[in-house]
Write a protein that binds this ligand. Sequence first.
Ligand code: FPP
Length: 242
Amino acid sequence: MRNELDPDRMPKHVAIIMDGNGRWAKKRLLNRINGHEKGADAVRTIVQTARKLDIAALTLYAFSTENWQRPQPEISGLMLLLRRFLSSERQTLVDNEIRLNPIGQIDRLPQAVRENLEAVMEATANNQRMILNLALSYGARAEIVEMVKQIAAKARTGALDPAAITTETVADHLYTRGMPDVDLLIRTSGEMRISNFLLWQIAYAEIFFTPTLWPDFGEEEFVAILHDYQHRERRFGAIPST
Ligand code: FPP
């Protein structure tokens, strides 16, 4: 049996690229939405597991800016699933002291989704045990452009001195302001790409790629990855400590 996880070496921030719902469905001759439905069940499991393990921040890539190019029925299906998820999970998030924080171009989402998001954000606003960042209509380059615009506007009005800009200034103008950098990034389905996800925040993240399709990703594999993570030596560019 494997040893227990070391609470002192838990990643503070875990980010996941949830990939492979479509292939999961195709393998079973189902339609893609069935794959996303199963994917939503995996989301529930992983949120609960992360909370149980005292991970402070979990960021899930649920919908990218590029995903708007998918066929309209798939987009509508995903939006409906998201609404169902928000309604069904609201109380669980409250009970488990999880704060919902959507990140991305939220104004591009349908109004009904935005209303659901608002309601859950309001209900969970004071929760402190874990933050759940749901990346929706998210793209890291767009996030960076937005950050540059905000900093440039402050420089123009004199509120900020360009010479005084630091890495902290940049971090404070991203969606993840106030949160630790990503310690652990996981991508399912065997694809080995970053796909425009959290480009700034993953600078020193440990990366794990698993061939498991997202709907099949569960607590056991998540815990196994956390074990591996705890055995990796993180150097942040320095030499190994003796
Ligand atoms: C990637 O699979 C997954 C997505 C584009 C969306 C992720 C959505 C969910 C996990 C379900 C709904 C989310 C919530 C938060 C309720 P893919 O469609 O790209 O799979 P493929 O690469 O095999 O085609």
